[in-house]
Design a protein around this ligand. Structure first.
Ligand code: F6P
Length: 329
């Protein structure tokens, strides 16, 4: 019989001393993700597709499902007493815990629905989350409390809402994949201790931005494209889903390198992806699976953030390729 998420977390509590508050928090996050999975699955039948008519703090048009997912995660997690605050891609500042409920010792950060451009076209999307310790146990957390490096995360995970709903999780003891059993509503452990191959012949990058890339990225990708007769002496294949969760999940499954480099389109932005709720949780998961994650120059998990919605360049996946492109910088 397959292990449920609850059973796995209780085992972590017994074997690795996982904090029971963290376990309960993660069960709540997983429950919220099931609700989101259900809403995503309804699509046009649930009247959840299309734009909400609002924009987020980054100036991006919000979809109805972005806002609904944000609400589901907030509502599910605001009353349990495990959190001192939450932060989301869709919200300007930290979301406080309502006065009626106790404050806890953790901070939850999330991108409620990653890959927004794929929502209306029925392509895989997902939720990304990160848990940090709150420096102010039992008190409300302001923005400063969230500004901790990714190395301090106690848990990171994502769900992919695709042909199957998968929850991929680390609490610092490897990476486990759970699949949602739609009959029983349980997440069941379907892959333990994921290991990403160190070598790969598959890369993921939005090639349409090539003319804006920095020289090291151009060099690296040119070498991949040159194939068998080029300096790498082998052919490389390319995949780009445009949902980070789906691209990372492919890498978790069979290896690869994912890149969203900084580019010259807006020199003020050091990349497109957000550090705190995209770069950091994915970097933690990838490292726990034996891969590597850098911004081209530094390990992502070592970056000290200066603001909640900070952006970061991302190179992650099979370690030999990440190390090579990083060395070109
Ligand atoms: O906002 C994040 C995101 O949607 C990622 O999920 C994805 O990898 C990337 O942006 C897609 O970017 P682009 O639109 O350039 O393909």
């Amino acid at each position: 019989m397959k292990l449920s998420l609850t059973h796995y977390l209780i085992r972590c509590e017994r074997e690795h001393g996982l904090d029971s508050d963290l376990r309960l928090l993660l069960e709540t996050v997983a429950r919220a993700c099931k609700t989101i999975s259900h809403a995503v699955g309804k699509g046009a039948l649930g009247n959840v597709l299309g734009n909400a008519g609002t924009t987020n703090v980054q100036g991006e048009a919000q979809k109805k499902l972005d806002l609904l997912s944000n609400e589901i995660l907030f509502e599910a997690n605001c009353w349990g007493g495990h959190l001192a605050g939450m932060a989301s891609e869709e919200m300007h500042g930290p979301m406080g815990i309502p006065v009626a409920y106790p404050r806890g010792k953790y901070l939850l950060l999330f991108d409620p629905l990653d890959g927004s451009s794929n929502i209306d076209v029925n392509v895989s999307i997902g939720t990304i989350f990160s848990v940090l310790p709150s420096p102010l146990t039992g008190e409300d957390a302001g923005e400063a409390a969230f500004l901790q490096s990714g190395a301090r995360q106690v848990c990171a995970g994502y769900t992919v809402y695709g042909p199957q709903t998968s929850l991929v999780l680390t609490v610092g003891h490897g990476v486990q994949v759970f699949t949602l059993d739609r009959d029983t509503g349980s997440f069941l452990l379907t892959q333990s201790d994921v290991k990403i191959p160190v070598d790969t012949c598959e890369f993921a990058i939005n090639m349409s931005n090539a003319r804006h890339w920095e020289t090291p990225v151009k060099r690296y990708v040119d070498e991949l494209l040159a194939g068998k007769t080029g300096p790498r002496g082998t052919d490389f294949n390319m995949r780009w889903v445009a949902s980070m969760v789906a691209d990372v999940h492919r890498i978790m499954t069979r290896g690869g390198i994912f890149m969203y480099p900084r580019d010259a389109r807006d020199p003020a932005k050091p990349g497109r992806l957000r550090l705190m709720y995209e770069g950091n949780p994915m970097a933690f998961l990838i490292e726990q699976a034996g891969g590597a994650a850098t911004d081209g120059r530094r390990r992502i998990l070592d970056i000290e953030p200066t603001k909640l919605h900070e952006r970061v360049a991302v190179f992650l996946g099979s370690s030999n390729e990440v190390e090579r492109v990083t060395s070109y910088h």
